[in-house]
Design a protein around this ligand. Structure first.
Ligand code: MIG
Length: 791
């Protein structure tokens, strides 16, 4: 075609490198409609809407009046907020009791201040704008003291300052490293910590988005299309930002107890016999276990909602037998439906119009495990309902948990996913896959979670997902995908899970031991130590890799792994109490130290230590052949969990930890609770112990939560909440113990209080009455005083 005009086609010439950026220009007009503030600028339209005193939403559309329809991430409705308007010559201000939005008129720029007049977020010279390609961008000033967290599932260190992050759900089997981005999840949200105060920004745009935190003086967020649509959350503490963000996008429902026990997986346990033998080994070896996962081999040629009857001749009986010994099965369900005119799911999908299509009406087909497959259009509520109801196949067998994989969606082709030109029906508001891609996993999650919830008649469902968008915590736990048995990946998983937690995803964990590559006994032991304290605790490994069950590396390693799985079960009452709080506040169980110590710069990028709740520090060994490490202890006095040795905080200390030891520190003056070692969470708890770490002086408060652990009865008040207030004064301890909620009768009838670092002359006053010295059992060797208290 070189002799036609095609030779001079503009597309053949090099693309313009720096396409121009259009600023929205000056403010021309302002209008107030109910509680919505509308601004017309020279090159765009801006809406501002307060959701709460401490949350405000800004929407900019360069082409027409903004739509205020939110993405599927948002569950909040705006409250009525009292806003004061001030219109001045060159500025305009809208203020609530907690936030002030200051608008500069020429050019139009928006800045945010807190109630003390402190500048939170300010637009740089460039402000908001767009490019002719439909890209929308928002620039903000970066303070030298700014640290950035959140962004969902990202590799690298805790603090994301200096990084550029992309949101585009992607199946990444290539080794994850510091610059592997994007991964499977998209959480276009972050929290800024500046001089001890925090605020948040949630950029609710489902197109591919980019956050550039690399420049020294400004940062930006941009999307390939759609509107600038973001929420500013005023904080001012990191915990308040979490509360605000999870108010907008929802919180993790309280998981069933079995969900936070130990789970064993492998790609794949291929037959009923193999599963039974596996479970029997756990029982014989007395290693606690709550769930076994069935990967893709359980299906008939990878058809979802089927069992291969050669390998699994009687799934119902298998589930029943396993349930009777307290073990559950979690099968994998991928979105791809095998093209097979004799397969009922494919038939129904076609006949009832459930599959994703092009605008012309052709179904999008892609290759995945089953070969040529079609993909449900989860943007349709009818399709979500259909898919959800299909899970009756599993729930009828006694299954309560489902594992969603490949739901980016992953497709075996060059782009790794569905054609971006597919048009999702979206209940009458059709949108391209380019726009909806990042929502696919979230919507499959919604379909699955609600589907099994309806089928389980009051039992709590469990869902594990690989892909997701902001809000996915309402439906699913997230595992961090295909990591490898590398020490680096053990290290990487810690800040990754902390940032997921800071993004509202409180129930997350990596494949313990590593998915691809061969693990070693030492790595598996160290990883299981960390896993005992990550919110979600599952060992998983890939086909063809070294076996990774706890006993795969001989008796010495088995003993260590067993000790830490047992430890997890001892800590369950404490963890469960924390999970109950998380479901109400959004503040994650596993958290970075800066959440508790936001003024302490040593915590700002501390990526190899984490906290459980507000008083426990875990400082694992994450390097081979290493038996010492530096631990940072913030302000306060800290007690070594294993030895009761006392350390003063605000210091880096050197800690010794042989292969059997995971360094754990408890803040003096606080409490934790322990149950007993059991083979699964289905064994009723008989022994409850509260450990109190005595100090010279001070006060603290502990809330112990318990319920039946598997139904939604707690929503009707059927739970126990015990409040323990502690006050120390030399050898005198005053406790007030109150059962603030008594809707549930726990299986333990009394509990033991253990006071660490007690002195023989300890005076214990409970609810104003001094405990008789003869009722206190004092151990002179350990300096622990125990007493038994009736419920
Ligand atoms: O591309 O189902 O991340 O956990 O074992 C492989 C097989 C598909 C990827 C998941 C992994 C799972 C595997 N899956």
């Amino acid at each position: 075609m070189q002799d036609t005009s095609f030779a001079i086609h503009p597309g053949n010439k090099k693309k313009l490198e720096n396409t121009p950026y259009h600023d929205i220009g000056d403010l021309k007009e302002f209008a107030k409609e109910h509680n919505l503030y509308r601004f017309t600028c020279e090159q765009g339209f801006v809406n501002i809407l307060f959701y709460r005193d401490d949350i405000v939403r800004i929407v900019m559309n360069p082409f027409h009046k903004p739509t205020m329809k939110s993405s599927f991430a948002v569950v909040a409705e705006p409250e009525i907020v009292k806003v004061k308007i001030e219109d001045k010559e060159d500025s305009f201000s809208l203020s609530s009791s907690k936030l002030q939005v200051m608008i500069q008129k020429s050019p139009f720029r928006v800045n945010f201040y807190d109630q003390e007049g402190r500048l939170l977020v300010s637009e740089s010279e460039k402000g908001m704008g767009f490019k002719e390609s439909k890209e929308v961008i928002c620039f903000k000033e970066m303070d030298p003291e700014d640290h950035f967290y959140g962004f969902g599932e990202k590799a690298g260190f805790l603090d994301k300052r200096g990084e550029k992050l992309t949101m585009w759900n992607t199946d990444v089997y290539a080794p994850h490293n510091q610059e592997t981005d994007p991964l499977y999840q998209s959480h276009p949200y972050f929290m800024t910590l500046r001089n001890g105060k925090a605020h948040g920004i949630f950029f609710d745009n489902t197109f591919k988005t980019t956050f550039d935190m690399k420049k020294e003086k400004e940062y930006s967020f941009a999307a390939e299309g759609g509107q600038i649509d973001y929420y500013v959350m005023a904080g001012p503490s990191p915990k308040q930002v979490l509360e605000q963000y999870t108010w907008i996008t929802g919180r993790m429902p309280l998981p069933a107890k079995w969900v936070i026990g130990y789970h064993q997986s492998r790609y794949s346990y291929e037959s009923e016999q193999e599963v039974r033998e596996l479970v029997n080994s756990f029982i014989k070896k007395e290693i606690p276990l709550d769930a076994v996962y069935l990967d893709i081999h359980y299906m008939n040629e990878y058809r979802v909602f089927t069992f291969d009857r050669d390998r699994f001749p009687n799934p119902e009986k298998m589930m029943k037998d396993l349930k009777s010994v307290g073990k559950r099965i979690v099968p994998i369900v991928d979105p791809g439906v095998k093209v097979d005119p004799e397969y009922s799911i494919y038939q129904e999908g076609i006949r009832q119009n459930h599959f994703s299509k092009y605008i012309e009406g052709d179904i999008f087909y892609g290759n995945v495990w089953p070969g040529k497959s079609a993909f449900p259009d989860f943007t349709k509520s009818e399709t979500r309902k259909w898919w959800g109801e299909k899970h009756r196949f599993y729930t009828d067998l006694g299954i309560e948990g489902i594992w969603n994989d490949m739901n980016e969606p992953a497709v075996f082709n060059e782009t790794k996913t569905m054609d971006v030109n597919v048009v999702h029906e979206n209940d009458g508001d059709p949108k391209t896959h380019r726009e909806m891609h990042n929502l696919y996993g979230l919507l499959m999650g919604e379909a699955t979670y609600h589907g099994i919830k309806n089928l389980l008649h009051g039992k709590r469902p469990f869902l594990l997902t690989r892909a997701g968008y902001s809000g996915v915590q309402r439906y699913a736990a997230v595992w961090t995908g295909d990591n490898r048995s590398f020490w680096e990946h053990l290290a990487l998983s810690i800040p990754m899970c902390m940032n997921l937690g800071l993004s509202g995803v409180a129930l997350s964990g990596p494949d313990i031991g590593g998915f691809a590559h061969d693990t070693t006994g030492e790595l598996l032991a160290r990883w299981t130590q960390v896993g005992a304290f990550t919110p979600y605790f599952r060992n998983h490994s890939a086909i063809g890799t070294a076996r990774q069950e706890p006993w795969s590396f001989g008796p010495e390693i088995e003993k260590i792994i067993k000790k830490y799985i047992q430890l997890r079960y001892q800590w369950l009452p404490h963890l469960y109490s924390l999970f109950a709080q998380t479901s109400k506040t959004g503040i994650p169980v596993m958290r970075p130290l800066f959440i508790e110590y936001p003024e302490d710069r040593h915590t700002f990028n501390l990526s190899d230590q984490f906290m459980i709740g507000e008083n426990v520090i875990i400082a694992p060994i994450i390097k081979p052949d290493t038996y010492h490490r530096v631990v940072y202890l913030p302000e306060g006095t800290w007690v070594d969990y294993w030895t009761d040795q006392i350390y003063e905080g605000r210091k880096h200390i050197l800690v010794e930890a042989n292969l059997e030891t995971l360094p754990i520190f408890i803040k003096a003056g606080t409490m934790i609770s322990h149950g007993s070692i059991k083979q699964s969470t289905s064994v009723p708890e008989k022994n409850m112990t509260i450990h109190l770490y005595q100090t010279e002086s001070g006060e603290s408060h502990y809330t112990l939560y318990d319920d039946d652990g598997e139904t939604f009865a707690y929503e009707k008040g059927e739970y126990l909440e015990k409040q323990i207030r502690y006050q120390a004064n030399g050898n005198v301890i005053k406790l007030t113990i109150e059962n603030s909620v008594t809707g549930y009768q726990p299986t333990w009838k009394h509990w033991t209080l253990k006071v660490h670092h007690a002195t023989p002359d300890l005076k214990l006053i409970i609810n104003g009455k001094e405990v008789d010295a003869k009722d206190i059992n004092f151990n002179t060797e350990s300096n622990i005083a125990s007493i038994t208290i009736n419920l």
